[in-house]
Write a protein that binds this ligand. Structure first.
Ligand SMILES: [Fe+2]
Ligand SMILES: [Fe+2]
Length: 450
């Protein structure tokens, strides 16, 4: 159950303290102290470090591998078996006329028809064919170029038109969320997009959070790990004119400052950091871990790439900064920057964090497609949108982690209001969530104030 603890400021013995509206003593899994439990961290595979030059053959291999991996998922997890391959179907359409045919293909292109349906070119290793998906089929709202799907349908007329009856995405089976007595009664906290070095960085709200994390509040004492899902610094040269919005123009000094801020974390908490599009690594995803010169500035943190799999006390966390959401927002009516959890659900359905090639989000052709979501995560977290959401979807806890950057002039121009200064806390034993708010949304310490 989600409950938001709103903080209020007050003076206590001459020092600034915060009162918590929820003063009831913690019970059950929330009552445990994280300091009584040891760290148990297993990092997943390294990402973004293979030696690829981005040649056409690298890109072809990447798609071929993606097709094979997702085809296996459709076959073995969904029992979706191809009747035959595209070349065979096209060779003799009359043989297959009026028979139900299953094909697994990668979407090469999508064209809207006059009737409101979609004419979709799908491709396998033997060829390409057109299939028609009617406007009544819910798949048309979410289908993207480069998706790997199974289609089931029939040829009509003289074998001229293949009509799709249903589309099978390689999504995860709906299984119960993992929790219970076999897990330590501790919590994982999530924040992202701190943007240290930006003039919009919410120092005051950040200080409040640090004070709370070091307080004797039971929820703060229950937090074992804190995951920062990218954009921990504002970086430099990310967009034209950025230097006008910085308080620190040296990215190494920005990291030094963030590292100093993390030194304030209590000893019982371990920070996990991944890069985002503002960080000092290549922008193409998958992004490698921060370079060792930067890592050395941090005394305790665990550094991983973007995206990354990391097992925290037995719970599988998929952490992704979330730049792939930029490509979904313009193409799916139900995906917005205010509601990025819908994009995350689509990623889980497609088993891929950034299916489209060559759009806003740059991808690197690694030897294996590291953006595929092979195993179901227990927790799936993103940042990047400066929104905040916590939802459960088919047994996965979805977390859109909040930001500690105020509304920039650019966001204001777009009419976008960030959800600032929320800390998402998830107890891995009870599966319950809490949200702690450190910012007055109407009156943040930095950025535009209404
Ligand atoms: Fe950000
Ligand atoms: Fe970002």
């Amino acid at each position: 159950m989600l409950k938001c603890q709103l903080l209020s400021e007050g003076d206590h013995m001459g020092t600034r303290r915060f009162k918590f509206s929820d003063s009831k003593p913690a019970t059950g899994s929330w009552a445990a102290k994280a300091s009584d439990f040891s760290d148990d961290v297993i990092k997943g595979p390294v990402v973004g470090q293979s030696e690829q030059s981005g040649k056409l053959t690298d890109i072809v291999n990447l798609f071929s591998e993606r097709y094979e991996m997702l085809r296996k998922i459709l076959r073995y997890e969904w029992g979706f078996k191809e009747t035959t391959n595209i070349n065979e179907v096209r060779k003799d359409k009359m043989v297959f006329k009026n028979r139900v045919i299953n094909i697994i293909g990668i979407v090469a292109s999508i064209r809207r028809t006059k009737s409101g349906g979609r004419m979709v070119e799908i491709e396998d290793k033997t060829g390409q064919m057109s299939v028609f998906i009617s406007k009544e089929n819910p798949a048309i709202d979410t289908l993207l170029p480069d998706d790997v799907i199974g289609v089931s349908g029939k040829f009509i007329k003289d074998g001229d038109l293949f009509i799709v009856d249903y589309v099978q995405f390689p999504e995860f089976l709906d299984t119960p969320r993992k929790m219970g007595a076999e897990y330590d009664p501790v919590s994982i906290a999530f924040a992202s997009d701190i943007h240290v070095g930006s003039k919009y960085f919410l120092q005051k709200e950040w200080d409040r959070m640090m004070e709370w994390l070091n307080s004797d509040h039971p929820t703060a004492q229950n937090i074992k790990y804190i995951v920062f899902a990218g954009d921990v610094v504002d970086g430099i040269g990310i967009y034209p004119g950025q230097e006008n919005n910085l308080t620190e123009t040296d990215v190494y000094l920005q990291y030094e400052e963030f590292a100093r801020q993390l030194d304030r974390l209590p000893d019982h908490m371990t920070a996990v950091i991944l890069p985002g599009n503002h960080d000092a690594v290549r922008p193409a995803e998958p992004q490698p871990v921060l370079e060792s010169l930067v890592q050395k500035k941090f005394s305790h943190a665990i550094h991983v790439g973007n995206p990354s799999r990391i097992n925290l006390s037995g719970v599988e966390v998929l952490a992704y900064h979330g730049k792939g959401i930029d490509d979904m927002v313009p193409r799916m009516a139900h995906v917005t920057y205010e509601n990025p959890a819908e994009a995350m659900k689509e990623m889980l359905r497609k088993r891929h964090l950034a299916p489209m090639w060559g759009e806003r989000n740059a991808l690197s052709p690694e030897e294996t497609d590291q953006m595929i979501i092979l195993q179901k995560p227990d927790i799936f977290v993103t940042g990047h949108t400066h929104a905040h959401q916590m939802e459960e979807y088919r047994g996965t806890q979805i977390i859109v982690s909040s930001t500690f950057q105020g509304q920039s002039d650019f966001m204001r121009m777009l009419g976008y209001k960030p959800k600032m200064g929320y800390l998402s806390v998830y107890n891995i034993q009870s599966g319950e969530s809490q949200v702690v708010c450190f910012a007055d949304q109407a009156n943040p310490s930095a950025g535009y104030k209404p």
